[in-house]
Design a binder for this molecule. Structure first.
Ligand code: FAD
Ligand code: FES
Length: 299
């Protein structure tokens, strides 16, 4: 069980048991367009105590978002706990995500969490961190990237490899620009097609090719010893990147990713998110590639 949840249940045992299914009221502060059909929603809990409790989330955890009269869905937490603002980045795919996309500043919704195991960033102290993200796979990795950069002295080399179909589909562009300029951080970008498909977009002069092509770029060396590789992205990208990393000599237990499953309760009670013996909502969503393979998960 994740520590925040355990703490709430323990606190409840001393007095009135808290209902873990109860979403808490939240207010939307502002919305920022990221890429086509993907927006970032900045928000806060109405209750300051809830906000403070929630802000103890860890990189890689998720939350359940409720839209009144529509439903509830799980979403990653892209901010690092070292940042002040709380936000989600969500692609519109169906009824709940469309309802969230339809909200404007000042509108209310509800949130419960944080849930899940998160990345064990303490265990990774002293190691090199290699982040490989395809498209919106950067959403669940952003928190760990910003966290590691905020605690720069605790980690070895930090490398970020991000690929998108076109330049206008690169995620978190202001962050990418900042990471490219940050001393001690290597940020490499690529696109499948250099087409300038957003009016007024800058001409793309960077790498063209799949994200794995960045590993072979002149001047790029990926450390394998004492390194953790974080990989998130669409299944096809995941398969190719895993092949590249294993080919370089990475051990399966040193490659981590996040899994997505249909969820209902989010707290290990309903079984909706079950893969083999694992509940993605409590045992994950972060798993090593070794665990993913042992679960028989075909990504
Ligand atoms: C731990 C976790 C973290 C997530 N983080 C994010 C995030 O940061 N940003 C984001 O945009 N989305 C994220 N998702 C996916 C998000 O939860 C779904 O897109 C959402 O539930 C869709 O709800 P809906 O009501 O809008 O769509 P629905 O009406 O439920 O479905 C619309 C379409 O999307 C498909 N779909 C719905 N949920 C999933 C799913 N979990 N996996 C695969 N296909 C699905 C359906 O099959 C259908 O085709 C995450 C999911 C999990 C489990
Ligand atoms: S979502 Fe209910 S057990 Fe995981």
């Amino acid at each position: 069980m994740n520590p925040a949840l355990a703490e709430r249940e323990t606190a409840g045992a001393a007095g009135v048991m808290e209902n873990v299914y109860l979403p808490k009221a939240a207010v939307l502060d502002r919305v920022v367009d990221e890429i086509h059909e993907v927006k970032t929603f900045y928000w806060h809990f109405e209750d300051a105590a809830e906000q403070a409790a929630f802000r103890r989330f860890r990189p890689g955890q998720f939350a359940q978002v409720s839209l009144f009269g529509v439903g509830e869905f799980p979403t990653s937490l892209p901010p690092s706990p070292t940042e002040e603002e709380t936000f989600f980045t969500v692609r519109q795919v169906g009824s709940c995500t469309a309802a969230l996309h339809g909200l404007k500043a000042g509108d209310k919704f509800a949130v419960r969490g944080p849930y899940g195991n998160g990345f064990p960033m303490e265990e990774y102290r002293g190691k090199n961190l290699v982040f490989v993200a395809g498209g919106i796979g950067l959403i669940p990795l952003r928190s760990a990237i910003v966290y590691a950069m905020a605690k720069r002295g605790e980690y070895g080399r930090i490398q970020i490899f991000h690929g998108a179909k076109t330049p206008s589909e690169l995620m978190y562009v202001p962050n990418l620009r900042e990471w490219e300029r940050t001393p001690g951080v290597e940020c490499h970008l690529t696109v499948d097609r250099a087409s300038r498909d957003r009016a007024g977009g800058e001409e793309w002069t960077g790498n063209v090719g799949v994200v794995g092509s960045l590993f072979k770029k002149p001047g790029v060396t990926v450390p394998v010893e004492n390194t953790i590789a974080f990989v998130c992205g669409p299944p096809i990208m995941f398969r190719f990147v895993i092949k590249d990393l294993l080919g370089m000599g990475f051990e399966e237990r040193n490659i981590v990713s996040t899994l997505e499953r249909y969820m209902k309760c989010g707290v290990g009670k309903c079984g909706h998110c079950c893969i083999g013996v694992a509940y993605v909502c409590v045992d994950g969503p972060v798993f090593t590639y070794e665990q993913i393979k042992n679960l028989g998960e075909d990504i």
